[in-house]
Design a protein around this ligand. Structure first.
Ligand code: FAD
Length: 498
């Protein structure tokens, strides 16, 4: 005992010292696509390490300088940052905002603040993966640790693999089945009070690129229209609760009608991680518990399937980063697109002479958002009626969408163009039958193409507006013939298949 006891005491003291020191040293949490304080795995882990935690966001100049930044998206993001900054203040801490190159700024700030460790949540995009590796290396060179977590998905890439050969899924339905079976994590532990940085500490990082939160205008963007979703955590949670208390029970059918408010409109919150995915999952489980109707439960599961689509496309992007720059099916590299500039312009402006297509494109241009049914219609129209490379449409969507997201957008475009992983069946949407089925009263068309709003519904949904009537409304004749173009597309598709 005389020999053992001091040894035990030493061991205990060492543990105690470690715990104490780890609780007093400061840490940085680097926010990227997780602009919230609740249900945030990386942030929660950082807080468990130390309550002297400072939040950091870096407006990445490389991203801002790209030509695919949507004014609506940047406006929403800045609003979310404002909300996040207030959340930090309420907890007694700070969110520091920088502008520049994160691979330089993060290590410099970490060094200047003498932090123990920088924490963040992983991302699947090729650009983010490369940038994060550079940050990890630069931190290592300075002797600073980094800790990263998967937060934005219920199941991280690698968690859902095929049973037969442990490979990533390339087809959605079997992915969904495996995904659903896996146990989902609980909501991440909430943060308590934060210790704030001293004035001296803030002064040491002031000259490293710290900025006041800019407006979209300061960054060269202008967006005055109302956003489909108010920025910030509170608004996202309210919308989630509203959706899960009501619309979710009729989602399966209602989600198809662009004239109806039948979907969650949470996509901007998902894009920027303004809502925690575990919280979303819990909300669907509560909705499930609140009904005994099998039909209502089926509706809830249909919405859960959309959450799984989002995860499927993110897994695909993670494992097949080449998706970001071209068609998944190599034979599509040789597809003979028409790429008619005037047709493309007409599509962008909502002036194709196809009312449902024009309504959708105008909704996008005016609100920064488009209903999913219409995204499929206009994507099919661009690729299969106008025979224009899907990458043109993909980029235009990124330049406009409030929820523009590489994985979901690329997935949607490659699905529509038939260039992606799951090309069967060859999907060609007929704009007229889509409008007849999903906008039967022409309500949506009337809203977005007001110059034809007084015409008969039949004209609006079939798109067969007599030339004289169209002319007197100032509306155009269709720029291409759907049937003819469909035949043409199939012919060219046969050539690449052979
Ligand atoms: P809900 O119907 O309420 O669905 C809930 C959530 O599930 C959505 O917010 C979204 O995060 C996810 N989701 C739903 N459908 C899909 C899908 N097909 N693929 C991936 N995730 C999905 N979604 C984006 O978030 N960003 C994009 O840039 C994007 N581009 C698209 C481009 C094309 C050509 C197509 C066909 C679809 C695209 N989508 C994109 C998917 C889908 O249209 C939107 O997610 C949906 O319309 C957003 O509205 P909501 O939030 O009301 O969706």
């Amino acid at each position: 005992w005389v020999v053992i006891l001091p040894t035990l005491l030493i061991v205990n003291c060492t543990l105690l010292n470690y715990n104490l020191s780890s609780m007093t040293n400061s840490v940085i949490f680097w926010h990227r696509r997780d602009l919230r304080v609740s249900d945030n795995i990386g942030l929660s882990k950082a807080y468990q390490h130390s309550s002297k935690l400072v939040g950091l966001f870096c407006l990445d100049t490389d991203i801002l300088n790209q030509d695919n930044v949507a004014p609506a998206r940047i406006t929403y993001m800045l609003g979310c940052l404002q909300d996040l900054r207030e959340s930090y203040q309420q907890l007694g801490g700070q969110l520091l905002i920088f502008q520049g190159n994160p691979t330089q700024i993060i290590p410099q700030v970490a060094d200047a603040l003498k932090v123990d460790c920088v924490f963040w949540n992983n991302d699947v995009e090729p650009y983010s993966k490369k940038r994060d590796n550079q940050v990890i290396e630069a931190l290592q060179e300075r002797g600073i640790h980094s800790q990263t977590y998967w937060d934005q998905l219920l199941h991280a890439p690698g968690d859902i693999l095929t049973k037969s050969n442990n490979a990533p899924y390339k087809v959605y339905t079997p992915f969904w089945r495996s995904w659903l079976k896996e146990e989902k994590a609980n909501i991440a532990q909430a943060l308590g009070k934060l210790e704030s940085l001293s004035e001296e500490e803030i002064n040491t990082v002031k000259n490293l690129g710290i900025i006041d939160l800019p407006t979209a205008k300061d960054l060269g963007y202008s967006w005055d229209a109302p956003l489909i979703l108010e920025p910030g955590e509170t608004a996202a949670k309210e919308q989630l609760n509203y959706f899960c208390d009501s619309l979710i029970y009729n989602y399966q059918e209602q989600r198809n009608y662009p004239g109806i408010n039948g979907t969650s409109t949470l996509s901007p919150a998902f894009k920027f991680g303004v809502i925690g995915i575990r919280e979303v999952w819990q909300a669907t489980l509560s909705a499930y518990e609140n009904t005994y109707s099998d039909e209502a439960r089926e509706n809830i599961q249909t919405w859960q399937q959309e959450i799984a689509w989002r995860e499927f496309y993110q897994h695909c992007m993670y494992f097949f980063p080449e998706l970001a720059t071209g068609p998944y099916r190599q034979e599509f590299k040789d597809f003979s697109w028409d790429n008619n500039e005037q047709h493309f312009q007409a599509w962008c402006e909502g002036k194709t002479g196809y009312p449902i297509v024009d309504a959708a494109m105008r909704q996008l241009n005016e609100t920064g958002w488009m209903h999913n049914r219409c995204r499929m219609i206009v994507a099919s129209f661009l690729t299969k009626d106008l025979i224009i490379n899907w990458q043109w449409g993909e980029k235009y969507f990124m330049q406009k969408l409030i929820d523009g997201d590489l994985s979901a957008n690329n997935g949607g475009w490659q699905w529509s163009a038939s260039s992606g992983m799951d090309p069967k069946p060859l999907r060609i949407f007929n704009p007229a039958s889509q409008a007849q089925k999903y906008d039967p009263d022409g309500e949506y068309i009337r809203l977005w193409v007001p110059e034809i709003s007084s015409l008969d519904t039949e004209y609006l949904v079939t798109g067969k507006i007599p030339p004289l009537e169209a002319h007197s409304c100032g509306y155009l004749q269709p720029i291409v013939d759907h049937k003819q173009q469909q035949r043409e597309f199939k012919e060219r598709y046969k050539q690449i298949k052979n």
